[in-house]
Design a protein around this ligand. Structure first.
Ligand SMILES: *Cc1c(COP(=O)(O)O)cnc(C)c1O
Length: 408
């Protein structure tokens, strides 16, 4: 099942965290991002249990919402931020500096100052950033981001560890960065960081990357980044959290030496399955083409609430919230936006979809809320947490007034 761990399907009706999906749609309107709080917590516990005394750092860009960050804070995770804004969210959620990792390939002097003021660990990406830190002269804990020069099998947009990536120091540049940060009196160099890409099914590229960074000397701390894949559909199963973490730990022990302090930075693997987006179907249109008929099922959201299909050809599944699991006919789920590319699901099957039906798209917790926008003047959806049969609004829906609230 693609739905969160505490979901149920009874008589075809979907409930999430004990809350009936159609009731949620009625109460909170659609589109709505529904989050199963218990799924977030159990993913966090799966990671922390597997990591043991290692550190689990939530890559907050996957779901940069205060309530989500609060849950992970309560579960003892650290947080990774990549901008002053994400730093502010982490602080709002209660994080203090020692559990904040600050990333980015274009950090401003102001962002570096803010990160140093709260005592965040800074992952140094380039020589210009090093110069900025030099001018700042604030005492900071640092890691060095290294681009290990491996190519993992994923979409080009989320591949980050290859030679030619805009992130980090190359293997050739890293020794100079290591030297400068070792010599700098203001810097406490803890070790190295790598992040080779996202939505990775195969564990082998990590091994190659660790092999590459092992050539740079010995450090106490290694942050191996994120990237564990998520099953967005039934097509392909990623490694389990336990398999992934065991591989990371064993690889680090073997290639970096025993007793290292290890961090990992899962993003999507912590939040994707907890999220279900609810839509209302507005129209159903059959179009005859030479190579067959297409049934367009148009919903009341689209590329404003989920950019991933357009950005990465990301696949999703969908169900009618009151007829889950019933056999259906092929449909293309499209959004309401003024672009032909506004397709949420190229092909799925739905049992006789009708206007007014509630459509649920599972596995929409990662990089969905995060990339929401106001295209076509569409207000961004609310976030609703469900747990133990009760639902609570944690982010309200935007209003039309919000759309012109920044006008001067
Ligand atoms: C995006 C990112 C992650 C998380 O990637 P996922 O695929 O969501 O696990 C971790 N670390 C860094 C530096 C990132 O940029």
């Amino acid at each position: 099942m693609l739905y969160p761990q505490d979901s149920q399907i009874a008589g075809g009706r979907l409930s999430i965290g004990g809350c009936d999906a159609q009731d949620l749609a009625r109460e909170f309107g659609t589109p709505a991002y529904v989050v199963a709080e218990e799924d977030l917590r159990s993913r966090a516990r799966e990671f922390t249990a597997a990591m043991g005394d290692g550190e689990v750092v939530f890559a907050s860009k996957a779901f940069p919402c205060t309530a989500v960050l609060q849950v992970f804070h309560e579960e003892g995770l650290s947080v990774d931020v990549a901008s002053g804004g994400e730093l502010a969210l982490a602080r709002k959620a209660g994080y203090t500096g020692e559990r904040i990792v600050f990333h980015g390939n274009a950090k401003s002097a102001a962002e570096l100052r803010a990160a140093s003021e709260v005592g965040a660990r800074i992952v140094v990406d380039n020589f210009d950033e090093l110069d900025k830190l030099e001018r700042l002269q604030a005492p900071v804990e640092v890691l060095i981001r290294v681009t290990p020069g491996v190519v993992a099998d994923t979409h080009a947009a989320i591949l980050t560890g290859h030679a030619g990536s805009k992130f980090g120091f190359s293997l050739a540049q890293a020794p100079e960065a290591i030297q400068r940060l070792t010599d700098a009196p203001w810097a406490d160099l803890k070790g190295l960081h790598m992040h080779i890409g996202s939505q990775l099914f195969d564990l082998e590229p990590w091994r190659l990357a660790v092999e590459a960074i092992a050539t740079l000397g010995t450090f106490g701390t290694y942050d191996l980044g994120g990237g564990l894949a998520v099953a967005y559909t039934h097509d392909r199963q990623p490694p389990t959290v336990a398999q992934y973490v065991e591989t990371m730990k064993a690889t680090a022990d073997e290639l970096l030496g025993p007793g290292k302090t290890l961090s990992i930075e899962p993003g999507r693997a912590l939040v994707a399955t907890a999220g279900v987006t609810l839509y209302t179907i507005e129209s159903v249109k059959d179009v005859d083409l030479e190579d067959g008929a297409v049934r367009f099922v148009a919903v009341d959201g689209g590329m404003s609430d989920n950019m991933r299909p357009m950005l990465y050809d990301a696949p999703y599944d969908a169900d009618l919230a009151h007829r889950v699991g019933e056999p259906g006919t092929p449909c293309t789920v499209v959004g309401k936006h003024c672009e032909s590319g506004d397709v949420l699901i190229r092909e799925t099957t739905l049992p006789d979809p009708k206007p007014g039906d509630v459509l649920a798209t599972p596995v929409t917790g990662a990089y969905v809320y995060a990339m929401a926008n106001n295209y076509n003047g569409v207000p961004r959806p609310p976030v609703v947490f469900c747990s133990g049969g009760s639902a609570r609004l944690v982010v309200r829906r935007e209003t039309y007034e919000d759309l012109y609230a920044r006008d001067v």
